[in-house]
Ligand binder design. Structure first.
Ligand code: HEC
Length: 159
């Protein structure tokens, strides 16, 4: 098969498996090489809702997102070394509903996206409070809840 045909083939499988409406966490995806992935990324409509962001906001959003990802890694590392108080601070400062985050979320004019953003940041404040208990199991549970919003939003929206 040509690469193009293979891409179409995989796309058909993925779409019929309802990938557009499910999370990235689904385990049943076939392995894709980078060409096939590229084919998917450039597909005009992958089922997610576009926010229609202008270029400057796009860059800013991705920067912010990379910082979210880094915060999650930092929190996990601090939990591992038992530094729950520091992890709690990072959860609030980098992911919580701070004035900066409120301002940033308010810039989007999609109500569902904004609400999901606010819920996400609130969950990070719950995570921050839970980390203060220094209870590993409860903290992991709260971290999982917060990451549920990352997964849910990415499955629903694109730039
Ligand atoms: C309210 C929605 C929302 C939430 C919550 C959210 N994101 Fe995102 N994120 C987005 C959107 C929209 C994009 C752009 C995706 C696209 O256009 O394909 C994105 C992109 C990203 C990217 C790609 C960055 C790049 O440079 O390409 C990363 C990494 C990321 N998010 C991490 C996270 C992590 C980690 C969390 C949770 C801790 C999170 N996001 C929570 C909406 C969200």
């Amino acid at each position: 098969m040509t690469t193009f045909k293979r891409t179409l083939f995989f796309l058909t499988i993925l779409l019929s498996a309802g990938m557009g409406s499910t999370s990235f966490a689904e385990g049943a995806k076939p392995q894709m090489n980078s060409m096939q992935q590229h084919g998917m990324m450039s597909h005009a409509n992958d089922g997610r809702i576009s926010l229609g962001l202008p270029p400057k906001m796009k860059t800013h959003q991705l920067m912010n997102m990379r910082s979210h990802l880094e915060a999650i890694q930092t929190i996990i590392a601090l939990m591992e070394t038992g530094d729950f108080d520091k992890a709690s601070e990072v959860a609030h400062e980098k992911l919580g509903l701070t004035e900066d985050m409120k301002k940033m979320c308010s810039m989007f004019n999609n109500d569902d996206f904004r609400n999901l953003g606010f819920q996400f940041h609130k969950s990070a404040d719950v995570l921050s409070e839970t980390l203060k208990t220094k209870d590993m199991s409860k903290s992991l549970h709260a971290l999982r809840d917060t990451m549920g919003y990352c997964v849910q939003c990415h499955a629903t929206f694109r730039q």
